[in-house]
Design a protein around this ligand. Sequence first.
Ligand code: PEP
Ligand code: MN
Length: 360
Amino acid sequence: MENKKEMRQWLVDFGLNHPLVIGGPCSAETEEQVLKIAHELKESDVTVYRAGIWKPRTKPGMFEGVGAIGLKWLKKVKDETGLLTATEVANKNHVDLAIENDVDILWIGARSTVSPFIMQEIADALEGTDKIILVKNPVNPDLALWLGGIERLYKANINKLGLIHRGFSTYEKTKFRNNPEWQIPIEVKNRFPDLPMICDPSHISGRRDLIFDISQAALDLNYDGLMIESHWDPDNAWSDAKQQVTPSRLIEIMKDLKVRKKTTDEESYKQQLNNLRAQIDVADQTLLDTLGKRMRVANEIGVLKKSNNVAVLQNKRWNEILGKMILEGEERDLSEEFILKVFKAIHQESINKQEKILNK
Ligand code: PEP
Ligand code: MN
């Protein structure tokens, strides 16, 4: 798939002077709840009203959504408030019903993007639609699977497309419900700068007190929009209670977020930036030279180990290096996490090189 300007045209047509904001409850619960929240959000930056009608739940027996009746409530939202509407679809039946009931934006949830069969079924059902389709990242950090989902839609002649970054599952518990793994959406943005990218801080965080910071991080990375779950009584929501914010809190968050300019023509800014970038370029060259030199030495060690028939991996030596690097990294304001990542990668490359030599 290539980057195509037409993928972002729908967003341009919206003519927003702020990021696209999608707000509304995790789930549609009752007609009264759906309309009450919509009315509270109608005079805000929210342009699109979200509500899940069919809810994918981890365990059976939980609230699985009100079903098709909720589509009538969304229609009412549109008529009464002028907000556009959005809901999740996970199979052909959902697609047909959502289109029949004039939902404006359909999104594909994280548990559907993981499944090529489901993605294909949805793409086939949507073939040629002019609805806007947003694809959430799959639950696992698999860039190709995410882009594969978009490609299936694109091949089905759907070109009003966008992505929603909602974070990735991990076995180890972190402070996030779903780890953001920012490098994945950053890579997508590099490869497909015209594919709109929306951040869902609600599902990344799983808790309402982190939503502001994640939203700001997304705007700092030039995201095109935010999807934030909002409920008039968050603690008593039927799903995702911990991460929802009241409409008034959502309005406050939007007011406090700093929207960065995409770029500026100001001369002095450009000069300073060029100067700093030149310094980065020099530092990167030095890094490359140093890495090359280190690998050449590793090769020589490989030759020496081979002629003495010694194993490649020497754990004691490696642990000493790591410990020392963590301490020295601290003095240079480099986090332990970063040092571990970098040196593990360097070490792995040395091992690969020595393996080759030993087995030549
Ligand atoms: C949702 O948006 O309510 C939802 C179920 O999200 P996800 O697919 O990201 O889990
Ligand atoms: Mn939710």
